[in-house]
Design a protein around this ligand. Structure first.
Ligand code: SAH
Length: 384
């Protein structure tokens, strides 16, 4: 077990970590109690699986760029519910290399006489830097989010960045000129490398593009996905639906022991990645659909389709009731629900158990987000 000291000086202002005053052991019991409170009425909650190394797990690091009143360029995070930037150079939960790259970018701005974006008037150049690292392969993507497409001396800037960090495998410029709190804009240009990174997770390869979702804790994800697949107990014959499939991770892992997999995901960039991921892993029994999961499942239910297992992994808001109604209509023997928000998980499990004829059988929390209040949970539901 790693030592529990968390000497972060900006935790109060940053707001990213809520449990910095607790030892790691205490955090685990806090999260266990939280999941029991919400899920304990449905079934026994297994003991939370913690991380051996609760520090520097974030493989995706985002920094906002701005200027102090004194005219100094700073980078970091927005102070919770404000647009004031809190300077962060090192973070205890972020990948160290990613943090170093962000500091280098900040120092290079000065030497290249590049400005930072001003949110008030929309002037200026660099808005955010996003660094994503594939922990399984070491590949690193740097996304420079700029307020304008014009990038003075971009080739020499990239050369200098690569000289300082030869571990970077691709650099992308993303243009975001809108007044928005969204980090990434619509237009993207690859400045160096392939424009994506490839990770190896649970023995399979996954291509990840700048806008595709990918779990932020590598080791935690391997544990989480193994649990989800263990709960699904596939035998090689099943028709499986993977809803909210991202770059295809869970569906592709399931495909090895399923008859066929049908995946649905809203983000088109993630679906393009997923289709390529099927090819590079030589998986032929999977289909990807770029659609909102609710109408997609409604259509399947209306067409009288069925499924043996439904795997679902929605965003924090959970599922819509019509999505859940369609799951019930498709009548799978098993539903494996992966959730990053136990509150919406409990709401959806209540629906499936009360109105859908399912019973919760297993519930496994995994601490994917040490030092924050968040917890990931996987639940197995089976027909009563
Ligand atoms: N299972 C994947 C992704 C989980 S994150 C993984 O483990 O990597 C949730 C995913 O749901 C994201 O990729 C997001 O783009 C997608 N999503 C959000 N709303 C959706 C909707 N209404 N229908 C389908 N997919 C949606």
């Amino acid at each position: 077990m790693a030592e529990n000291k968390f000497p972060c000086t900006v935790a109060g202002k940053c707001g990213g970590c809520q449990l910095t005053n607790m030892t790691y052991e205490k955090q685990l019991s806090f999260k266990q109690a939280k999941v029991i409170k919400l899920m304990g009425r449905f079934c026994r909650v297994s003991e939370i699986i913690g991380m051996d190394e609760p520090f520097h797990y974030r493989n995706k690091v985002q920094a906002a760029f701005g200027m102090t009143r004194g005219g100094q360029i700073i980078s970091g995070v927005y102070q919770s519910s404000t647009h004031r930037i809190v300077k962060v150079d090192k973070c205890f939960i972020e990948d160290k290399q990613a943090d170093e790259i962000i500091v280098t970018v900040r120092n290079l701005l000065k030497s290249f006489k590049l400005s930072v974006y001003n949110e008030n008037n929309g002037n200026g150049f660099l808005r955010h830097v996003l660094v994503r690292k594939a922990f399984g392969t070491g590949e690193i993507m740097v996304v420079l989010v700029t307020g304008t497409p014009v990038f003075k001396s971009k080739n020499s800037f990239c050369e200098a960045l690569l000289k300082a960090h030869p571990e970077i495998t691709t650099i992308v410029q993303n243009v975001n000129n809108k007044f928005t709190s969204m980090v990434l804009g619509d237009k993207q240009t690859v400045l160096y490398g392939d424009g994506y990174i490839t990770d190896i997770l649970c023995g399979m390869k996954f291509r990840i593009s700048p806008k595709s979702f990918y779990q932020i804790n590598y080791k935690g994800t391997e544990i989480l996905y193994s649990k989800a697949l263990e709960f699904a107990e596939l035998t090689g014959k099943e028709r499986v639906i993977d809803a909210y499939s991202g770059v295809g991770t869970i569906g592709l892992l399931a495909s090895k022991t399923a008859g066929e997999v049908i995946s649905v995901e809203l983000n088109s960039e993630a679906v393009s990645d997923a289709k390529i991921n099927a090819k590079i892993n030589d998986v032929k029994n999977i289909k990807f659909f770029n659609d909102d999961a609710t109408p997609f499942m409604l259509e399947m239910a209306k067409a009288g389709e069925s499924a043996d297992v439904v795997l679902l992994d929605p965003p924090r808001a959970g599922c819509t009731q019509s999505f859940l109604r369609s799951v019930v209509a498709l009548s799978p023997e098993k539903v494996v629900y992966v959730s990053c928000n136990p509150e919406t998980l409990a709401r959806d499990v209540l629906y499936l158990t009360k109105s859908g004829g399912y019973k919760a059988k297993k519930c496994q929390p995994v601490d994917m987000f040490p030092f924050t209040g968040h917890v990931e949970t996987v639940v197995l539901l089976a027909k009563k």
